[in-house]
Design a protein around this ligand. Structure first.
Ligand code: PMV
Length: 316
């Protein structure tokens, strides 16, 4: 049997992180330049080696059976078997590679889960639908941080720009004019679970102060959707700046993120903001065509450890 290979892209949240956990809308797009890939190779039936998991980027080489049940890679495989109502994965090697930076707001965990669900179900001869794949990735994400909004697994599974409200069917966004973004990584490891619980404790302590920030972010997201659909990059950039201000007020920016955001703006970006959980991880800047190299260099000089340039293509 030939090896089965599946992959899934990274993602970035253009607008609405954190508020999306509290049922305000968010806009997210796939980042195709970085991907998680899963390759499954069958072992001969007489070979009772079970399932071998290899993930070089996290120095993992192990027998699936000895991983704890809540290990995200094991959970993704087990949830896939549950969805297929199959209780056993035949002997095989599951190799996971990813170019998506971990814990940096680019959806690495969800992308690995999506690629696992697709590869395992295809390996077993029953490819799962996107809806089921997305649910599997959502359930794995719940193990990492109890209250994920579901935006990561959705944008990564469907691999196109989305307008997302928690617990509602997502909407695809029309991108009338492609636009370019530069993503700058602070190199600071910042687990989403921690920033989500930080915001939750602020909200619990003082909902009257925090709810209006969520409302304001929701309004920015709605305006951004219009700007994306009508192809108005100046307006998209301005709204990114406003969104960043809200995230600063929520307390999830950091000096390193602010430094990259201000550098991008000073170097000519149309707008810039942190993206994802914050307090580290990545920021994004909307740029005019041809400005990519200049802004990428400025970000590297200002402390970014990695820069990714990506184009959000037109989508009808
Ligand atoms: O850090 P990321 O890219 O996983 O994004 C987190 C986005 C949040 O809104 C902070 C959390 C969520 O579940 O939507």
């Amino acid at each position: 049997m030939p090896a089965i290979s599946e992959s899934a892209p990274g993602k970035t949240i253009l607008f609405g992180e954190h508020a999306v956990v509290y049922k305000r809308p968010a806009i997210a797009v796939p980042v195709e330049q970085v991907r998680a890939r899963v390759i499954i190779t069958a072992l001969p039936a007489c070979n009772c080696q079970g399932v071998q998991l290899i993930a070089p980027e996290i120095n993992l080489k192990t027998d699936l059976a000895i991983l704890p049940v809540n290990h995200p890679l094991k959970a993704a495989i087990e949830y896939t078997l549950d969805a297929l109502k199959i209780n056993h994965l035949p002997s095989c090697v599951v190799k996971i590679n990813s170019t998506i930076p971990v814990a940096a707001g680019l959806g690495s965990g969800a992308a690995v889960s999506v690629a696992i669900a697709r590869a395992v179900s295809r390996f077993l001869g029953h490819p799962l639908s996107d809806d089921v794949v997305s649910d599997i990735a959502y359930n794995v994400d719940k193990l990492h941080h109890g209250t994920p909004s579901g935006v990561d697994n959705t944008v990564i599974t469907y691999s196109r720009p989305i307008y997302f409200i928690r617990e509602q069917p997502f909407e695809q966004i029309t991108v009338s004019k492609p636009f370019e973004i530069v993503i700058g990584n602070t190199g600071i490891h910042s687990p989403t679970s921690e920033t989500v619980s930080f915001v939750r404790s602020k909200w619990l302590a003082n909902p009257a102060d925090i709810e209006p920030i969520f409302d304001q972010i929701g309004q920015i997201v709605q305006a951004a959707r219009k700007a994306i659909e009508t192809g108005n990059p100046e307006q998209i950039g301005k709204l990114m700046d406003e969104n960043h201000l809200c995230l600063q007020t929520l307390g999830v920016s950091s000096p390193e993120l602010d430094q990259l955001v201000y550098t991008a703006r000073r170097t000519g970006a149309l707008g810039a903001k942190l993206c994802g959980g914050g307090k580290g991880g990545n920021m994004i800047a909307l740029i005019e065509q041809g400005m990519g190299a200049r802004i990428a260099n400025a970000l590297l000089n200002a402390g970014a450890v990695k820069v990714i340039q990506t184009t959000i293509s037109a989508h009808a």
